[in-house]
Design a protein around this ligand. Structure first.
Ligand SMILES: Cc1ncc(C[n+]2csc(CCOP(=O)(O)OP(=O)(O)O)c2C)c(N)n1
Length: 569
């Protein structure tokens, strides 16, 4: 039977298991929109800005492990997706972005709403396509979803001229892809695995640094087995948070610029780093020449381009983390590393890192810890970028994979609200808290309308410090408190929420925090709380840019800490 291009797109999406599309219509994609009602199994969520569509698809992908889909028209619709696509690219999130393009005869003529979106997104997609023949549509979708979700996941863009959506052809969905140039290596090389096992079995001061690759590959059990068998402490990257339970006695939390002091000290003193599904981002390594100076480095990653990119590696293993760890674990001899573990325990006692000082005013860390307590650690947390992002990483404790969603690689403010929306759509039975900065929140604030219209029950906590907080902190520390372009004269967020049709509260005092969070949780729909926190609180510990992890600065102690260090809830 013949179908239009638009019908073929919908049929293809259904065959790929797509249930939700986030998008905004426009001239070059209207034929596809016109066809959507024929496919009620495809839920379309009308966002208010295409950046929101891309972040929502990304958030959806991060919590479901499925491919998130966003849809935009040509020109400005497509360019509005760019930040979200780049964000998905840097954080290895499987997203398929579909854009309308001007009709084929108009391409290259600077036609109305024409942009070369495949050119623009070439460096920020895993792959992209401009479909110039309706007969190629089905095959393109098959390939795009395959590329997005396999190997190291990432975004794929499909640009579809308007007339291709109208053209007709027979529809056959391919059962397989044939991409000779794309065959990700999934099994690690046995000789390399043997070398790695020897280093692990001989190491006296090993640490594991686990990244998002563990989450993507679902290698949690294998990671735990390795850590427990050889008693190796586990540190995570920001994106790796949750891949190893933070309540586990071997967990040292996060490393890097705002990681725990003891994690950074352990990396600096280690004689072996086992880096698993992580990419040695500069925020994680500190000054590269000072990174793990005494250690051999084993690096396991599915993306060969990551090996040796930022740090020297002694034993590279390219492969899927789950497979590699499965094979490696068979060669590991049990060990207790008792002296090393005790040494780290001493560092933990001496440098507790994640404590909240007693304070009359409302501390942002206190708010996040209370959200942790009221939700009993069971929520999915979606943060923006800045100080609140780091506090969300430090003061909510994550024991399950994919429960902290954060724009790690790109650091895109405005990620929080639409990504939380996508996460809640993907996992409607989970509690989703959006922890937003008062600055970043205003970059995608318009998605409040989407949340209300689509009845997406996201709970929103604005950590309102009246500043671009992280900018202010850097200006305080490195620019002599010259607070240029950091002060925010904010609108009344409660009234804004109410104008969008969302119940909201403002909280100024500590004793109001828990009742407000409880009220938000009791509400069946979305809810917003504007937490007016101490304006000039800083994030510690901190590894100052250009210094090594061993030079981590701890919080200047003001008063006695009131919270114990990380412990099992
Ligand atoms: C889109 C974008 N623009 C600019 C920046 C630079 N930047 C990093 S943190 C920050 C301030 C964030 O302020 P806010 O959202 O209020 O969070 P806070 O740091 O106060 O918790 C800025 C401007 C960025 N990361 N992303």
């Amino acid at each position: 039977m013949k179908m239009t291009g638009a019908q073929i797109i919908c049929e293809s999406l259904i065959r790929e298991g797509v249930e939700v599309i986030f998008g905004i219509p426009g001239g070059a994609i209207l034929t596809l929109y016109d066809t959507l009602p024929q496919y009620p199994q495809l839920r379309h969520i009308l966002v208010r800005h295409e950046q929101g569509a891309a972040h929502a698809a990304d958030g959806y992908a991060r919590v479901t492990g499925k491919v998130g889909v966003c849809l935009a028209t040509s020109g400005p619709g497509a360019t509005n997706l760019v930040t979200g696509i780049a964000n998905a690219h840097l954080d290895s999130s499987p997203v398929v972005a579909i854009t309308g393009q001007v009709a084929r005869p108009f391409i290259g003529k600077d036609a109305f709403q024409e942009t070369d979106i495949t050119g623009i997104t070439l460096p920020i997609t895993k792959h992209n396509y401009l479909v110039m023949d309706v007969g190629a549509l089905a095959k393109t979708f098959k390939e795009a979803f395959h590329i997005a979700r396999t190997g190291r996941p990432g975004p794929v863009l499909i640009d579809i001229p308007r007339d291709i959506q109208i053209d007709q052809t027979e529809f056959h969905y391919p059962s397989q892809v044939d991409l000779p140039g794309y065959r990700p290596t999934t099994q690690g090389h046995p000789a390399q695995i043997k070398k790695a096992a020897k280093l692990i079995n001989e190491a006296e001061q090993p640490v594991i640094i686990a990244g998002k690759g563990v989450n993507i590959s679902g290698a949690h059990a294998e990671l735990k087995h390795l850590a427990e068998t050889a008693q190796i402490p586990v540190i995570t990257t920001l994106l790796g948070i949750g891949c190893f339970p933070e309540s586990h006695v071997l967990s040292l939390g996060m490393l890097g610029m705002h990681g725990t002091a003891y994690a950074n000290m352990a990396v600096s003193a280690a004689d072996l780093i086992i880096a698993i599904g992580m990419r040695f981002d500069d925020r994680a390594t500190g000054k590269v020449s000072g990174f793990a100076p005494h250690a051999h480095i084993i690096h396991i990653d599915i993306d060969p381009a990551e090996i040796g990119k930022n740090v020297r590696v002694d034993v590279p293993i390219v492969g899927d983390v789950k497979n590699v760890l499965g094979a490696l674990n068979k060669l590991i001899t049990p060990n207790d590393h008792i002296d090393w573990v005790r040494q780290i325990e001493d560092w933990r006692r001496e440098h507790p890192s994640i404590e909240i000082r007693d304070c009359e005013g409302l501390l942002p860390q206190f708010v996040i810890r209370k959200i942790y307590e009221v939700t009993q650690g069971e929520a999915i947390i979606v943060s923006g970028v800045g100080q609140h992002q780091m506090w969300a990483a430090q003061h909510y404790w994550y024991n399950k994979p994919n429960t902290l969603l954060s724009a790690g690689g790109l650091g895109a403010m405005g990620f929080e609200l639409p990504a939380a929306m996508g996460a809640k759509v993907g996992r409607p039975d989970e509690i989703v808290w959006c922890i937003a900065g008062d600055g970043g929140f205003q970059m995608t604030i318009q998605e409040l309308a989407t949340i209300v219209q689509e009845k997406i029950a996201v709970k929103i906590a604005i950590i309102n410090n009246g500043f671009f907080g992280m900018i202010r902190q850097w200006q305080e520390m490195f620019y002599k408190k010259n607070y240029v372009a950091a002060v925010l004269n904010n609108p009344d967020f409660v009234r804004i929420a109410e104008a969008y049709g969302l119940p909201a509260l403002r909280v100024k005092r500590k004793e109001e925090v828990v009742p407000a969070i409880e009220q938000a949780m009791a509400e069946p729909g979305p809810f917003l709380i504007d937490f007016m926190v101490e304006p000039e609180e800083n994030v510690y510990p901190m590894v100052v840019p250009g210094t090594s992890l061993s030079e981590v600065i701890e919080e200047p102690r003001k008063e006695e800490a009131i919270w114990p260090r990380r412990s099992t809830p």
